[in-house]
Design a protein around this ligand. Sequence first.
Ligand code: UDP
Length: 247
Amino acid sequence: MADKVNILGIKVDKVSIEQASDIIMNYIEEGGETKTVYTPNSEIIMQGYRSDEIRDVLNDASLLTADGIGVVYASKILKNPIEERCAGYDVACSLLEKMSAEGKSIYLFGSKPGVAETAAENIQRKHPGLIISGCADGYFDSEKEKQIIEDINMKSPDVLFVCLGAPKQEKWIDYHKKELNCKVCMGLGGSLDVFAGTVERAPEFYQKHGIEWLYRLIKQPKRFFRMLDLPKFGITVLFKGKKFKQE
Ligand code: UDP
């Protein structure tokens, strides 16, 4: 079985949450070039299908995991199945646990002012062995961006969480990765909001039944137009998915 599945041109790694966090721990140990980790859902894969730029950014990642049940279903339709959904937030939780046990460091970047700090407090309480080396919000002009990059580089964290929403965070990481003094950069969407408690994760019922998208839509109706890509994604995979060669 291949270790990646090609979904509309985006090559997603077939890893579980546990495997993903182990791989990231290895990246930390290895050092060398900054590694990049993104967790695309079907909306982002659809954007990658439409845009060469987004597709190339995603395919350039060191690790790409399947966030969202739609991506898992697509892999099954393509007869190259991913066993489990590997959502960014879940990978982050598993990784923080392992990083804490080894005294590794993290920098939290993104979300509205104050959110990263509240997330840091909550994360620190749960993972006392973890070093949280810095926080910055995700609303910046070019001057502030320069200062954020300087601060990250001064603190040189093992892992940088970048939570600017997709595909902004993936593009930001791809553009800046060579100048960042950290071992791993992860794009994690709204995860800091969840760690901070400003946004609730869907209850288990929704997660188990693959309808977390419905919960998010009820809570954040402004997502409606973005979510129109979900049925389009399903139809495109069904009718065009087989044209993309599996490895
Ligand atoms: N965000 C940000 N800067 C921006 C735009 C968005 O920091 O310029 C943050 C926003 O505050 C939120 C996150 O990015 O915390 C996006 O969350 P969302 O749930 O929309 O992202 P997704 O996981 O769906 O990509």
